[in-house]
Design a protein around this ligand. Structure first.
Ligand code: FAD
Length: 391
């Protein structure tokens, strides 16, 4: 039997998990798995906020992606520039790759320079920016910090509020909290609105206790580096001494420029049941790059379950008979909340079937110091087990 070529684009959360799963599930002599990644690093992105506050180093939360290599998994550092779906070929800056099955998990493209005045702002949506922000925060002693987002779609929807609470704790521990004003300025109508009122209500109370300001229905259009103001759509402006603004986030260029890969909303095309492309059933897409297509937020929790489902469909394609796993549309988020941690559990099943459904199916599972440990536990677990295909 000739072995099948599986090419995975993106070797981080979704692609790394997929390679580990497939390598475990499929007979070694039946598949060659190639993982293409432009960075060549596996990064635990939920810890970028910790990097920005000096609680983690770059080395603690990222690894060279060759560590996921094994007998039938070949990691190749290469940037994908084009996919020719009709001829099953991926073009990169490091050669061409033929596939029998293609999995896309390239995440989002961060377009920093599309936000006017971005040079006067900071963010933590990638490693280099988190390190730059760390430097700025370590020198910050007094003034206004504003956290905002330059596009309504961005990775990890609750993270602006989570980071505001981490900043509260950071400055409190330094004895500087009274000197620092913290504001979240966001296009939504209230804090943590995406979780529904079961979460938004108590979190609003905690933010009030921490004296964190909320400025809502505000989407900055540009930053004025002279006046140090974020200016919104109605010329409304917010003063800052330090602005943290997520960059405008889109699907990568090789997706947006390809009608075969692109959905109606401009992100990767995939159906909700098995994440196949609607024109080409040998292409699957998972992770952040399909979240806007499905109407979901961008979270590693979804990416994980999508990879689980797709791996079983690929095993079925290759072996001919494999019990496929339906997608589990739930997410459990362990979040930081000042001195405490907290955990939200959400079930997106109804929302995915009916986008008009008024989503509020989240539950606050608990708040306490013990939950602060969950993030660290998961971080260790991620490298030790998940990316090695051990669970
Ligand atoms: C600050 C922050 C906090 C977060 N907190 C949480 C949290 O608490 N809980 C949670 O569930 N999720 C969280 N997330 C979101 C989570 O990290 C993402 O949802 C997850 O990483 C998505 O996985 P992915 O595989 O789709 O994309 P990514 O993990 O971003 O991986 C994409 C990979 O593709 C590569 N790539 C991109 N374009 C190309 C190309 N053209 N050619 C080759 N390679 C390419 C990239 O180098 C990258 O390695 C957070 C994210 C951030 C930034």
């Amino acid at each position: 039997m000739t072995s099948k070529n599986i090419v995975i684009v993106g070797g981080n959360a979704g692609g790394g998990l997929m390679a580990g799963r497939l390598s475990k599930m499929l007979p070694k002599d039946q598949v060659n798995i190639t993982v293409l990644d432009k960075l060549g690093r596996v990064e635990f992105q939920p810890s970028f906020t910790y990097v920005a506050l000096g609680n983690r180093t770059e080395e603690q939360v990222s690894k060279d992606f060759t560590y996921m290599g094994r007998e039938n998994v070949r990691p190749v550092k290469a940037e994908v520039t084009k996919v020719d779906a009709a001829n099953r070929t991926v073009y990169t800056n490091n050669g061409q790759f033929k596939y029998d099955i293609l999995v896309l998990s390239p995440g989002v493209q961060l377009n920093d320079s599309k936000f006017k005045g971005y040079e006067d702002t900071y963010h933590f949506w990638d490693m280099a920016s988190a390190l730059k922000l760390r430097n700025a925060i370590s020198k910050f002693k007094k003034g206004k910090i504003v956290i905002s987002v330059a596009s309504p779609i961005y990775k990890c929807p609750p993270v602006p509020w989570e980071f505001s609470m981490m900043l509260h704790e950071y400055f409190k521990n330094k004895g500087l909290r009274d000197n620092v004003e913290i504001t979240v300025a966001h296009p939504m109508g209230r804090q943590f609105e995406m979780f529904g009122s079961n979460i938004a209500d108590p979190l609003g109370d905690w933010m009030s206790e921490m004296k964190i300001n909320g400025h809502y229905k505000f989407l900055p259009v540009y930053a004025d580096p002279v006046k140090h103001e974020l200016v919104g759509q109605n010329n409304e402006s917010i003063k800052y001494d330090l602005a943290i603004v997520s960059p405008i986030q889109t699907a990568p260029d090789f997706v947006t420029s390809n009608d075969d890969l692109k959905s109606k909303v401009g992100w990767a095309d995939a159906n909700y049941n098995n994440f196949r492309n609607s024109k080409y059933d040998d292409i699957y897409s998972i992770g952040d790059v399909i979240s806007p297509t499905l109407g979901m937020g961008m979270a590693g929790a979804f990416t994980h379950f999508e990879a689980d489902t797709v791996a079983t469909f690929i095993a079925n394609d290759i072996i001919g008979s494999y019990l496929t796993l339906p997608f589990n549309p739930v997410a459990m988020c362990a979040m930081e909340g000042g001195s405490y941690g907290w955990v939200a559990y959400c079930d997106f099943g109804k929302k995915l079937k009916d986008p008009a459904y008024a989503f509020n199916d989240c539950t606050l599972m608990g708040r306490g110091r013990i939950y602060k440990m969950l993030h660290s536990v998961y971080e260790k677990y991620y490298y030790a087990t998940i990316l090695r295909g051990r669970v």
